[in-house]
Every structure is written in structure tokens, then in C-alpha cells.
Ligand binder design. Structure first.
Ligand SMILES: [Mn+2]
Length: 234
């Protein structure tokens, strides 16, 4: 089976808090490229940004506003080729039937797809503090304090134990522990915005990186050939 994975688009209601940073028409071209080359396209969470409303707490309203602001993308994602899981920035999607994870077996390979915030202690143990931090970040951007916003994001990366170095990345180690417990061969997450491919013994960890802030990364999985690769641009 040939599967493409993208995540962390952070599509918002446009304006300063919208983290997407792509022209929608150009991004639709990228999606057509993925649709032509793969049997499925997995949307691995944080597709929509619902935590940066002017007031906290109306995530369903923010989801609707973001989908209205990016109508063609929202419609494209409803095609049967797309499979979606929710992340921590679009957690509210679970009320519309979007699951927390997908597992399947293809060509004898067991795969688990999940956004990954469940392995991030700040998000799981201090969810309201984490959501407050994201909401505050939205206000920093409205107030054009982007350098402060970027510094806060870098601190967040360090705090989360996120690293491109597989040995140093505690987030990745946590997920590979779960992969072993659940006998998963290929563990796929997003969330850190660090596109990654790392072998852990006979298991593989993949991270889809991010398509926000104008970045473009995706994973290409071919279970029949055993090819798993990280791409930036197309
Ligand atoms: Mn996330």
C-alpha cells in the first residue's frame, strides 16, 4: 500500500493568527500531486487551528471559521482518499467523528498513525495551561510581537524534549515504547514539526513534520516495497 502523510497545517481563520502560510490554490496543486501518487493521504492532526480565537474556549466556532476561510481545502479533505486523525489544536474535530488514531496492517506491516500530543507531558498533564499558551501566542501575533512568539515556540520545542536526534528526543522514545507494547512496526506521528525517519531496532519511527508557516513536508510510505521516506517540497 502507498500512503502519503501530512500534518500540522494549522489552518486558521486567516489574519495574523492563521499559521498556514501557503497560497490555497498552490497547496491544492500539492494535494493533487499526492492524490495522483498515493492510494491514501493521511491528515495527521493539527490540520485546523482552533485554539487562537480572540476569546478562549470556542473551539467549534473557530473550526467553522477556519473551514469557511479555507473552503476549497475543507472540501478536498472530504474526498474518500483522505483519512484524518485529530491533534491537540483541532481536538474539537473528535465531536465530528475524527478519531484519535488509525491502525492498520498492510503487506504484513503493522502501522499506527496518531498526531502524537498524547506523548507530550505538557499537553496531557496540563492541557488547560497548554491551550492557554497557544491562545496567548495568538495574541502575540495579533500584536505583531512575532519575535517573542518565535522565541516561545523554540522554548516549547526544548521543553517538550523534541529533537531531530533520535537518542535525545524523549518524545520519540516515548512513542517507540508504545510501539513496542502494541507490537507496531511503523509508528507515525506529527506534532513536533520536525520531519524525521529513525530506525529503532526492527521498528521505524516517522514524523510528518509540518506544512505550516509556508513549510512543506510529507512522508511517503510504501509497505509492499518497504520504502519509507521523508520529503520536503515536491
Ligand atoms: Mn500538535
Amino acid at each position: 500500500m502507498q500512503i502519503a502523510v501530512i500534518s500540522d497545517l494549522h489552518l486558521g481563520r486567516r489574519g495574523p493568527t492563521d499559521g498556514f502560510g501557503h497560497d490555497d490554490a498552490e497547496f491544492l496543486g500539492f494535494l493533487s500531486f499526492l492524490e495522483d501518487g498515493f492510494e491514501f493521504v493521511v491528515l495527521l492532526g493539527d490540520i485546523w487551528e482552533t485554539l487562537t480565537g480572540t476569546l478562549m474556549g470556542d473551539q467549534a466556532g473557530e473550526l467553522k471559521a477556519a473551514q469557511d476561510a479555507h473552503r476549497e481545502l475543507a472540501e478536498r479533505f472530504r474526498r474518500p482518499k483522505y483519512l484524518q486523525v485529530h491533534g491537540n489544536h483541532d481536538l474539537v474535530s473528535r465531536h465530528f467523528g475524527v478519531p484519535e488514531e488509525l491502525t492498520f496492517r498492510a503487506d504484513g506491516v503493522r502501522l499506527l498513525f496518531t498526531h502524537g500530543h498524547q506523548g507530550d507531558p505538557l499537553v496531557t498533564e496540563r492541557q488547560s495551561a497548554s491551550e492557554f499558551g497557544v491562545w496567548l501566542g495568538g495574541w502575540l501575533r495579533r500584536m505583531h510581537l512575532d519575535p517573542v512568539y518565535r522565541l516561545a515556540n523554540e522554548l516549547d520545542t526544548m521543553r517538550g524534549g523534541f529533537s531531530l536526534d533520535a537518542k535525545r528526543c524523549s518524545f520519540q522514545r516515548a512513542w517507540m515504547g508504545r510501539a513496542a507494547n502494541r507490537d507496531v512496526d511503523v509508528m507515525v506521528t506529527g506534532h513536533t514539526h520536525l520531519a524525521t525517519r529513525a530506525e529503532h531496532g526492527n521498528r521505524l519511527y516517522l514524523n510528518s513534520g509540518s506544512c505550516s508557516e509556508g513549510q512543506l513536508s510529507y512522508l511517503a510510505l510504501d509497505t509492499r516495497r518497504g520504502d519509507y521516506s521523508v520529503h520536503s517540497g515536491y
